[in-house]
Write a protein that binds this ligand. Structure first.
Ligand code: NAP
Length: 254
């Protein structure tokens, strides 16, 4: 296969939750392969730091501060990105949050917060991007899910409901949009050290227990997703759709 199949020159990507962690790393990976970026999250300063690094690579970076829980604002964000950057080829649906709590203690406010961002906002980002991509006859949607879509993990009822919903949506959108040249896939990261997982890493004994379950013998970092992300964002994956692929050092295999 031509190495050029992984080239993203001339493509435009939108990454949600791009101010830090997995989203920031994903944006830098896509820019490194040649894409121009639209970066979305609430934190303008964080987005601007990532944008400066992308511009230093010679790519364009548009900063879009937005609270994605205000889902009514999503179509205008996507339309603005297309207006300013000319097209939209890749959506990385990454923005997410978590509340760790036993199921009996979950409140309606917890449910609304996690499901609105992790599932509802992700759907409406995909819908707005899908409108553009189906019109173009090509596009890639990459949803960031979790080990929780495969395993029942305690204290993660709401997060699991939302991420499992997003895994299901990945399949439905893949099937609806495959005839129009748009592929929809999901990445399920294992335990990667970021602000989101810092409370776990900080728990005494947690890391030792986690390492006992990870055949690779280490936890991950956001850069561990780069290879799969690039594959799913590029023409190399044009015949791959509706899949949830785990990047977890072997956790789900054990
Ligand atoms: N780290 C892991 O081990 C792991 C494992 C499995 C899945 N994941 C998933 O990977 C994704 C990224 O996680 P991460 O570890 O990189 O977490 P993180 O460091 O906490 O980053 C979360 C990102 O989401 C953005 N965000 C949060 N609430 C938002 C809102 N209301 N509107 C817009 N943006 C919002 C944050 O930006 P602002 O604060 O600037 O808005 C930030 O950029 C999440 O979907 C998470 O569930 C992570």
């Amino acid at each position: 296969m031509e190495p050029g199949r992984f080239d993203l020159q001339g493509k435009v990507a939108l990454v949600t939750g791009a101010s830090r962690g997995i989203g920031a790393e994903a944006a830098l990976t896509l820019a490194g392969a040649g894409a121009d970026l639209c970066l979305a999250s609430r934190d303008r300063a964080g987005l601007e730091r990532v944008a400066a690094r992308i511009e230093a690579m010679g790519r364009r970076a548009l900063v879009r501060p937005i609270d994605l829980a205000r889902t009514g604002e999503i179509p205008a964000m996507v339309e603005g990105a297309v207006r300013e950057l000319g097209r939209l080829d890749i959506l990385v649906n990454n923005a997410g949050t978590n509340i760790r709590r036993p199921a009996l203690e979950v409140t309606e406010a917890d449910w609304d917060r996690v499901v609105t961002l992790n599932l509802k906002a992700a759907f409406f980002c995909a819908q707005a991007a899908g409108r553009v991509m189906l019109g173009q006859g090509s596009g890639k949607v990459i949803n960031i899910v979790s080990l929780a879509v495969r395993h029942g993990l305690p204290n993660l009822a709401v997060y699991t409901a939302a991420k499992a919903g997003l895994a299901g949506l990945t399949r439905v959108l893949a099937v609806e949009w495959a005839p129009h040249g748009v592929q929809v896939n999901a990445i399920g990261p294992g335990y990667l050290r970021t602000e989101l997982t810092e409370p776990l890493f900080a728990q005494p004994g947690w890391l030792e227990r986690a390492l006992g379950r990870i055949p690779a013998g280490r936890t991950g970092v956001p850069a561990d997703l780069a290879g799969l992300l690039l594959f799913l964002a590029s023409p190399a994956s044009d015949y791959v759709t509706g899949q949830v692929i785990f990047v977890d050092g072997g956790w789900t295999a054990m």
